[in-house]
Design a protein around this ligand. Sequence first.
Ligand code: DGJ
Length: 372
Amino acid sequence: MRKLLLLSALFIAASASADNKPIRSGELWPDTDGRHINAHGGGIMKLGNTYYWFGEHKADTTSSAMVGVTCYASEDLTTWRNCGVALSVSDEPGSEIERGCVLERPKVIYNKVTGKFCMWFHLELKGRGYSAARYGVAVGNRPEGPYRFLYSQRANPGIYPVEFGEKELAVVDTLDGEHFKEWWTLTWREAIKEGLFLKRDFGTGQMARDMTLYVDDDGKAYHIFSSEDNLTLHIAELAPDFLHHSGRYTRVAPGGQNEAPAIFKKDGTYWMITSGCTGWAPNEARMFSAPSIWGPWTQHPTPCVGPKAEITFEGQSTFILPVGDQFIFMADIWRPRHPSDARYIWLPITFEDGKPVVRWQDVWSFDQFNKK
Ligand code: DGJ
């Protein structure tokens, strides 16, 4: 009996200590092998009791993809084991995901109907800077992979957004790129809102850079990405297989220059946190809300509070993780001169006056979270 009591006391102590492990944003975060987690610009998928963290493997001296998408697994969200490379870059010359390409912000969602794990990411072809502006799609049979690369392309060629009715289409028809060679003028800004770049890229498909995926309560999934030269976000519905677009999409904050979208829903309201566009340098987070994924989207002040809140604590949003009925804001502190040393920001989202708040904490733990 005493032995049993001792064992259960030990068990309780062990589970409590797992829960108590502190989260220290900005510091090194070792995996179970003692190596700093290498999964940047990432996102997390939960399957059963296990969380899978997918992200960009970052090399020491280049931000190009030399390895691919990594996967880590955890039951407690603090102890992560390295599951290896989920999607590997290719050594085949000319491959769209050739080693040395730019492969960023991978996200994975599970399709309950097909039983497949669907990975989407931002892809730039090797040697072409950021000009390709494509999304890539890969598929796997197991959460940790391996994932098979399927294709990459620009988004929704030959399709205007759902909100473009007869009136909007008539206006787009009048827009002539030749009249708007100079950027940032008042008339250029107006033309961007009216769809100048949508029209420019109508035939080839819309640009697709920084991105996230979101699966709604009704099972529908969405690809949210920076488009139109990073000026405008697009929310594109996915087809039931989660491996293609359905062809329906909407624009958010046309001309607002938003990157790094991360989204969650609470009590029927969609909240999206984004960043401005300043390369690897941090800037002030933005926040939007909407009663429907299709909008209308309203902008709010930054949700960040605390030291360096005006530069998102030196980070840039990547994902918002639901844990029980609460949410974790995840961001990256980039280190472009030593990319593998990039750090993570994880902070709980609280609600004040009905709005999300991301308050800096040097250290916190999941104690107050119900992880079910
Ligand atoms: C900001 C983006 O959010 C990052 O993912 C990356 O593409 C950098 N720009 C590159 O400068």
